[in-house]
Design a protein around this ligand. Structure first.
Ligand code: FRU
Length: 910
């Protein structure tokens, strides 16, 4: 138990003790055995007892009425003795039968008070009542006085064995001895009862009518006798003189009875004596109550006195009642006061406890504050150290990344000559095998460096999701397309099946391409020549995931290695070229997509890697696609304002009046477009194309100075577009930069084989791209200058043969005469000159070192000057000369003559 609660309990107990009753006031039990209780005299006795008892709140009062039956009374006393009584008051019905039981209680040290009637042994502590013998004597003397010592008298006695009756009769006989002329003629045993007396008198009426006086031993019997007697000369005397209605005193006043000897009940005195005995106070053994004769002379007075006493008694009762109520109020108030005191004590105790607790809390807080400060200081130190560690780790990482990149160049320089040397067949076998070993090791090193860079991406947590809603078919087909050279080389058959109606999912195209390319790369590595790689997309039963399976029929993986497959550094085959980071990186990417990757395999039968990817975008956070969303939102707004068809929306060209260079950006990725636009819009004019076909349309109508093209286009391959551009005589000289997430050797080699100018892998560095664009444009400018003509005219060189000159003249005349023909182009001229387009292109390139398109533009621009001078407005001119728009004409004009057509017009007419 808590000390506070203990203290509270203690306080409450103390308070309760202080409120408890006085010790001296302990509870006691008084038992009263009444011989008969239904007559007025005994009812009065009981009333008196109760009134007296009301002064003693600690007394328990047990009352038993034997109804005039000895046996009953004996049993009742026996029962009372068992009830832990402190005293017995008894009025024995008859002396002898009751004596043994009363004596036995007395002998057991239970105090006994006999009242009104007595037992025969005298073994009791006290007697309360009048002297019945004296009552008999007084009655005798009184009778003698009223009949002048001479006459006949009769008596009606009480219960024969009751001491009251015996003693009264004895007293009467003693008195009558003094009066010899008085004759006790009749004796009737009335048993104390009125009805008895009435009936017995009636049956002895003849004799009784001869009497002068009839003495009944109680008023009740006297009244019964009176009702039977017809001779009203007989003097009737009773005993008791009980006040109250229909009782003795009233009968005397009414003249129905002549006199009565007062016999007090002694109820009050009995209780007082009992209390004294219990409290061990002095008391009298014989408490004899006074008596006197009451007749017509004093009955009235006594009645009045009695009434007065009764009034006073009522008053006392009322006061008593008031006292009880007041006591109750007092008790209530005392209780409230006690509760208040208790509360006060508890409050004080609690306050003290609270103060103690507060003090201890304050001390604890102080201690905690000190500790807290210490922890805070330590935390700050740790944070500082952490920051330093982070810095160091970042430095290390940066160094690590840089140095890894640095390794790549010398390694490439080692691999390239080894590959060249490998082609020479004349080397002896030992040299050849040495060269092959060197080549393998160098390639392994290159692959390890690639893995190191991937590892760095994982450990530095740099990869972040940038998900878009991607078409599965286009995405997978593009990846397969990238691998085409490799598949062809190993004669691997591939297939792609989508067995679900889900055709698009939210993925980071760049990361997912890396992941899937990595898996396919592995599949190719472990699949023998002529093998099979399948890509199957299915939907799970609940319809919340797609399962993308990449299945090969290669050598397979031993069961015991399967669960480690996606652990960093894990390699099934120690002699394999990689570090084992690849699949861990793949796993990282898939988990970044909130997906799972699993592998199943059977040695000798093949391996299946399954990607479990969520359908929809509920799993993505805003940051996972925020950049796209923002960009998409920008484009959405633009689309609305431009009122363009959503499906074919292409970013509007950026026209920069400070620049005469045009860049064409071919990429369907909104973000890449926005990014390229951001880095180039201040330097160049920008044209955009979203896909393969779009790019072709733009190229038909425009003459970009440089093209930046994605390899994975939604409707085709960037490599194929590259081929088309480089094979087209009108565009072959335009530098092309291929941007691709594909970072494998084969694709790069393929791109350079198709004459790409620069192949840049995503993610790319902006400064790097800017510088490459700049240098390619400068280089092209220099070339142009080398073959360009002076004085605004295009002239054939001196070294030209006459055939060439003739060819050129025909060519020039076709151009000149079709200046406003929109069909004018390589095709048109070739058909006019009856040669193939390629022939025409090669010839013009050879003679003028200029593309046909550029020649036509040049001619048209020169002619436009003439038209300006002739007063045509720009709209008329661009239409006349077959330019696609007034803007394009203005830009081309300014680019060519460093002045806008309107300024040129103004200047010319000045
Ligand atoms: C009542 C009574 C009284 C009488 C007394 C004698 O029961 O009969 O009238 O005086 O008993 O014991």
């Amino acid at each position: 138990m808590k000390p506070v609660i203990k203290i509270c309990y203690l306080a409450i107990i103390l308070i309760l003790i202080s409120c408890s009753e006085d010790k001296n006031n302990k509870r006691v039990t008084i038992a009263f055995s009444q011989c008969i209780g239904n007559d007025a005299w005994r009812k009065t006795m009981l009333e008196e007892m109760k009134r007296e008892l009301s002064f003693y709140s600690n007394v328990r009062f047990l009352y038993k009425d034997a109804n005039g039956d000895n046996e009953v009374q004996i049993n009742q006393i026996r029962e009372l003795a068992k009830s832990d009584i402190d005293i017995l008051i008894v009025s024995p019905n008859e002396a002898s039968p009751l004596t043994p039981i009363v004596d036995s209680l007395f002998q057991k040290n239970i105090p006994v008070i006999v009242t009104d009637r007595k037992t025969s042994s005298g073994m009791y502590n006290a007697y309360v009542g009048a002297d019945n013998q004296e009552i008999g004597e007084i009655a005798g003397d009184y009778i003698a006085s009223i009949i002048k010592h001479k006459g006949n008298i009769g008596i009606i006695t009480g219960l024969e064995g009751s001491s009251a009756s015996i003693e009264r009769e004895k007293g009467l006989n003693i008195a009558l001895k003094k009066y010899p002329q008085i004759n006790l003629k009749t004796r009737i045993s009335g048993n104390w009862e009125k009805q008895n007396a009435k009936e017995l008198v009636l049956s002895n009426l003849e004799e009784i009518n001869t009497l002068d006086v009839l003495l009944a031993f109680n008023d009740q019997m006297a009244m019964g006798a009176n009702e039977s007697i017809s001779n009203n000369k007989i003097i009737i005397i009773g005993v008791d003189a009980l006040p109250g209605k229909n009782n003795g005193l009233e009968q005397i006043s009414n003249g129905k009875m002549n006199a009565s000897i007062l016999y007090p009940t002694g109820g009050t005195e009995s209780i007082r004596t009992a209390i004294s005995i219990i409290n061990k106070l002095p008391y009298n053994r014989d408490n004899i109550l006074g008596t006197l004769v009451i007749d017509k002379t004093n009955a009235k007075l006594l009645e009045m006195q009695y009434n007065k006493i009764k009034d006073q008694q009522n008053d006392i009762d009322k006061r008593q009642q008031l006292i009880i109520e007041q006591t109750k109020i007092y008790q209530n108030q005392k209780s409230i006061l006690n509760i208040l005191i208790s509360s006060l004590v508890i409050t004080v105790v609690l306050a003290a406890v609270s103060i103690l607790a507060l003090k201890s809390n304050w001390e604890k807080n102080k201690f905690l504050e000190i500790k807290n400060n210490e922890i805070l200081t330590q935390k700050n130190k740790i944070l500082e150290m952490n920051e330093k560690l982070k810095e160091t780790s970042e430095l290390k990482n940066n160094f690590f990344t840089k140095i890894s990149h640095e390794f790549k160049t010398p390694l490439t320089l080692i691999i390239a000559p080894i590959e060249e040397l490998n082609k020479i067949n004349t080397f002896p076998i030992e040299v050849k095998s040495q060269l092959e070993r060197m080549g393998r090791s160098a390639n392994k090193l290159l692959s390890l460096i690639g893995d190191l860079l991937d590892l760095n991406k994982i450990t530095s947590n740099r990869i972040k999701l940038n998900a878009e809603y991607i078409s599965l078919d286009v995405f997978i087909k593009q990846i397969l397309n990238n691998f085409k050279p490799l598949f062809n080389k190993k004669k691997i058959y591939t297939s792609y099946q989508r067995l679900t109606k889900i055709n698009s999912i939210w993925i980071d195209e760049y990361l997912m391409e890396q992941a899937i390319s990595n898996i396919i790369s592995n599949a190719v590595k472990f699949t023998p020549e002529g093998g099979k790689i399948q890509i199957i997309i299915e939907e799970n039963e609940l319809g919340d995931y797609i399962h993308l399976r990449i299945k090969d029929n290669g050598i397979g993986i031993n069961k015991k290695f399967l669960h480690n497959l996606f652990e960093p550094y894990f390699q099934v085959n120690a002699s394999s070229t990689g570090s084992g980071i690849g699949l861990a990186y793949v796993k990282e990417i898939i988990e970044l997509h909130y997906g799972q990757i699993t592998a199943s395999s059977k040695e000798g039968l093949g391996t299946t890697i399954t990607l479990r990817l969520l359908i929809g975008d509920n799993h993505l956070n805003i940051e996972d696609k925020a950049r796209n969303k923002q960009l998409t939102q920008q484009f959405e707004n633009k689309k609305l304002s431009d009122n363009l068809d959503e499906k074919y929306f292409t970013p509007i060209p950026v026209i920069n009046s400070n620049s005469n260079k045009f860049l064409l950006i071919i990429d369907d990725n909104d973000e890449i477009q926005a990014y390229l636009k951001e880095i180039f819009q201040n330097e160049y004019n920008l044209l955009f194309a979203l896909n393969y076909n779009d790019a072709k349309k733009v190229l038909n109508e425009n003459y970009p100075d440089l093209i930046i093209c994605d390899v994975m286009l939604p409707d085709g391959n960037g490599l194929d577009l590259l081929t088309e551009i480089k094979e087209n005589p009108s565009t072959f000289q335009v530098p092309i930069i291929l941007l691709s997430a594909v970072n494998n050797q084969e694709t790069k080699v393929e791109a350079y084989k198709r004459l790409v100018d620069v192949y840049i892998t995503k993610p790319f560095n902006a400064d790097y791209l800017i510088e490459i664009v700049k240098s390619l444009l400068i280089f092209r400018e220099q070339l142009k200058e080398k073959f360009s003509c002076t004085n605004n005219s295009i002239e054939p060189g001196n070294s030209m043969t006459s055939i060439d000159k003739k060819f050129l003249t025909t060519f020039q005349s076709i151009v000149d005469s079709n200046m406003s023909n929109p069909k004018l182009g390589a095709n048109y001229i070739a058909s006019e000159m009856n040669i193939s387009r390629i022939q025409l292109y090669r010839k013009i390139k050879q003679l003028l070192n200029l593309s046909i398109q550029n020649y036509i533009i040049e001619k048209r621009l020169m002619y436009s000057k003439k038209l300006i001078l002739e007063g045509y407005n720009i709209n008329e001119i661009y239409e006349k000369l077959g330019f696609s728009s007034a803007t394009y004409f203005t830009v081309a004009f300014k680019k060519r003559f460093n002045v806008s057509p309107s300024t040129y017009k103004k200047q010319s007419f000045q």
